[in-house]
Design a protein around this ligand. Sequence first.
Ligand code: TYM
Length: 378
Amino acid sequence: MTDEHEITPWDVSDTFQEAQYERVATEFGAKIIDDHLKDEIRDLAGEVHRFIQYGIFFAHRDLDQLLDGYRKGRKFYLYTGRGPSGKMHLGHLIPFMFTKWLQERFDVDLIIQITDDEKYIFRDTSQEELEKYTRSNILDILSLGFKPEKTHILVDSKNSGLLYNYGIKVAKHITASTVKSVFGLKDSDNIGKFFFTSIQSVPAFIVSAITGHNVPCLIPYAIDQDPHFKISRDILPKLGYEKPASIISKFIPSLKGSGKMSSSDESSGIYLDDDSKTIKRKLMKYAFSGGRDTMEEQRRLGANPDVDFAFNTYRMLEPDMAKASKIYEEYRSGQILSGEMKMIAYEKITGFFETLNSRRDTVMKNMDDYMFNPDRFR
Ligand code: TYM
């Protein structure tokens, strides 16, 4: 892969506008999820997850082929991940909530890679701090309720021997110019950054490597991760493995409506350890509103729910799509005011956090059961 990209999905989190997603994803080689593929999903999974129906998960690579294989009896496994550089925010949960649904509907194994090495290389974070976030992020993720017997947490620093030995096989086929063009790296960047993508490729073939036969892999992620897997798809066939398939989401915008949710700016997002008072304050003070400036205008003209943080967050957490579309209509037509919309979102978020918190103790006690062990695949 030598082609130069002016803008790659790697740049997404800082710069993307809603309208750019489809263009950048397809220019980079992904396909848009069309109605035919949605029908396939409905047929095999029994429903189409709301994240797909809302266009949050909007693109894919070879998902059609993977489902075709599944229909014929070829089980796949899921692979997703998290770089534990700080506290998790609601946006980070999108791929994990979706992956949980996939795991349940297809009854498949799931590998979750925790790239503490990546964040050491790319961020100015100490290894001690990373260890703290690794633990709390794993707890956050697992409290979503993944199946313990089918979930495998692969922490890079704890599995470095395995990852390194497979990672070098990938690295041998990647040139510095590919990594520069795809991730925008410069000669002045540390050499760890150049190597790292090889490590993120490994879980995409590790089950095949362990079992000795090709097991298809499906990777859910937001579009910023696509460059890693575009590279994996180029290299894996050279090592005798199948290209991984993927399903790709957009970014959930920050509280303020644009830009990135960032751990260094508390007011940019809602974090999993925010208490109810903080959530209410953030929603009331910072949340970007699609509502009008005055109550009178809002009643008369209605809101634009599509750009409204509170509405979008509520909708993301509301499994009942009919209920969400009723709220959409009422907000759009001016029956619901902006402050009221924020309170609806507040109730939904705090309810969701309570469910996560109620599971944390059990997950903490049983954390070892979820840890990656190659023998569990043999
Ligand atoms: P990380 O920790 O930056 O992000 C974790 C996952 O969350 C997605 N994401 C978002 N999705 C929606 N809205 C947002 N605002 C938002 N911010 C982040 C990311 O795309 C990612 O899926 N290098 C990875 C860790 C990793 C990984 C993987 C991710 C290793 N292997 C396989 C996905 C699939 C990282 O640092 O993710």
